[in-house]
Design a protein around this ligand. Structure first.
Ligand code: SAH
Length: 241
């Protein structure tokens, strides 16, 4: 089944952009997923195709109008469309690999890209938009965030990654960051490759990688370990630590 992505944007030329290349681009050509970029301005009603207006209550910047966005959303996702409707937003729930996997297992996504100060709150509520953030920083628009989200989703679609196994071992999939990688040359500027990796002992290699993954996660992202413990504890029916 084709994963259907519809992006609502003021800059449809930004799509597929980077997603037209490499693995995602090939999958797009092969029909593993489809991408439609819809120009929000096409749903404006005035001569100037205005989509924004000044904020109620005053202040700087402009706000995208609820009525025009609702028309664009209803056109892209008519009644009965089962796809989740996402709004890229710094106020959203931070995107995780778990949510990416859920999206990849579903029928697709309708993605609204904000611009200016953001969108009128009423359309978020009226169309039950799920706000998704790609991190604690502010972009000038939702388009790069949509590209990031789609890149993460598309690589998980069946058949997109050549070596399916490499997906399962990556950072976050096991709740840990990934171990370090090495390849030829055997020596680089005086630095060798850890001996275990060239020992041919697969069990010891696997153990070294697990230990390195744990060490890196402890050092860089202790929050992931805490989340992992809480998850394991709740699975056993106990409260978290
Ligand atoms: N005034 C807003 C920021 C608007 S940025 C605030 O302070 O919260 C303009 C648009 O860029 C947003 O509507 C959103 O669609 C997108 N955007 C900016 N940062 C983002 C992020 N971290 N994740 C996802 N989308 C983001």
């Amino acid at each position: 089944m084709t994963f259907r992505a519809t992006v609502l944007t003021l800059y449809p030329e930004m799509f597929p952009g980077a997603l037209g290349m490499s693995l995602a681009g090939r999958a797009l050509e092969e029909g593993t997923w489809s991408l439609e970029a819809v120009q929000i301005r096409d749903f404006a009603s005035d001569r100037h195709r205005t989509v924004d207006d000044t904020p109620a209550g005053g202040g700087a910047g402009m706000v995208m109008r609820a009525d025009i966005l609702a028309k664009a959303i209803d056109h892209a996702a008519p009644q009965g469309d089962a796809r989740p409707k996402l709004l890229m937003s710094p106020r959203g729930r931070p995107l995780t690999q778990a949510r990416v996997r859920e999206l990849a297992d579903g029928p697709g996504a309708v993605i609204l890209c904000g611009r200016f100060e953001g969108v009128d709150q009423r359309v978020i509520e009226a169309r039950a938009l799920e706000e998704v953030s790609i991190g604690d920083y502010i972009l000038s628009g939702g388009e790069p965030a949509a590209l990031v989200l789609l890149d993460a989703v598309v690589r998980l679609l069946p058949g997109v990654m050549g070596n399916e196994a490499s997906g399962a071992e990556e950072s976050f999939e096991g709740g840990l960051l990934e171990h370090p990688h090495y390849t030829r040359p055997q020596e680089f500027e005086g630095r060798g490759i850890p001996e275990i990796l060239t020992s041919g002992n697969h069990a010891r290699v696997a153990e070294w990688r697990r230990e390195e993954a744990r060490r890196l996660t402890r050092e860089r992202r202790p929050d992931l370990l805490e989340a992992g413990t809480a998850l394991a504890a709740s699975k056993k029916g106990r409260a978290g630590p």
